[in-house]
Design a protein around this ligand. Structure first.
Ligand code: MF3
Ligand code: CO
Ligand code: CO
Length: 277
């Protein structure tokens, strides 16, 4: 059972069913992850009021072509776009299109590039012009949630430790963790075991072992955690229309800890990009 579009299903508990990748795969994932992160860096200058999200898709298509890569979401299980653009109360899987971004919006841009067969999957939040203080706080809390999830990864811990680290922090900041979507194994496929839930308790899920590769991609809401999917069958939104944010890295479990494959080459990890913080 693959986790085909990172919708949460029963948590995996059998570590023997999770693939372990070797050094050649790690090298492939390093290159794919770096390329996906470079694509997100490239978009920073284009995310501005008045720019249609469809323009960002064109840029990703050109970037992928120029780097001999392919956007994994394009025609993936009926999804017709080269990236996901999720604005304001959209939690994930927003479709790029003609609608222009507006001053004050926050948008998650999620890009997965396949390079030499390896999948680099990463997303970040982008502020559109000046944003409200509460939106800014949500971005900070969500980014820190990802950092804490990554820091929980090491052999002998469980996927539940990752979820616990994220949930404890996000809830301590009076935000909620989306439960309907989760991180996922990946490598030479896009979505695989194990599910990486962004909530839970240490000891739950599967024990982490060197060679496992997966994403951590917490979706955090200012309001309640509940989501619904719109009639297009993809766009997930918060039921209470509260703002939602997400950051995503692709990581590998090493002998001693974790390797992050999708760090920003330009240091654009969390906004405001290009400025010291
Ligand atoms: N990139 C998303 C993820 O983080 C998956 C998008 S699936 C799509 O797993 F079909 F919506 F593109
Ligand atoms: Co993902
Ligand atoms: Co993604």
């Amino acid at each position: 059972m693959n986790n085909l579009s990172h919708k949460t299903s029963a948590p995996d508990t059998d570590a023997t069913k999770v693939r372990l990748y070797g050094p050649a795969a790690f090298e492939g994932m390093r290159l794919a992850g770096q390329l996906a992160a470079q694509a997100l860096d490239m978009l920073v200058d284009f995310v501005k009021p008045g720019v249609p999200t469809g323009r960002l898709e064109q840029l990703i298509l050109e970037f992928a072509r120029d780097h001999k890569a392919f956007p994994a979401t394009l025609n993936y299980r009926g999804f017709r776009h080269a990236l996901c653009t999720s604005v304001n109360h959209v939690v994930c899987h927003g479709h790029p299109g003609p609608k222009p971004l507006r001053e004050g919006d926050i948008v998650n841009i999620d890009v997965t590039l396949i390079l030499n067969g390896w999948h680099g999957d990463t997303s970040r939040m982008y502020p559109v012009g000046a944003i409200s203080r509460k939106a800014e706080r949500l971005l900070e809390v969500t980014y820190e949630s990802l950092v804490r999830g990554v820091a929980a990864v090491r052999p002998g811990r469980t996927t539940g430790h990752i979820g616990e680290a994220i949930q404890r922090y996000a809830e301590s900041e009076r935000c909620s963790v989306v439960r309907d979507f989760c991180g996922h194994g990946l490598g030479d496929v896009f979505h695989d075991r194990p599910n990486i839930l962004h909530y839970g308790r240490g000891g739950e899920g599967v024990e982490l072992q060197p060679g496992m590769i997966f994403t951590i991609e917490p979706m955090i809401n200012l309001g309640r955690a509940d989501t619904k999917v719109l009639d297009d069958g993809w766009t997930a939104v918060t039921r209470d229309k509260s703002l939602s944010a997400q950051f995503e890295h692709t990581v590998g479990v090493t002998e001693t800890g974790v390797e992050v494959f999708t760090y920003s080459p330009k240091g654009y990890h969390c906004p405001p990009y290009g400025l010291p913080r």
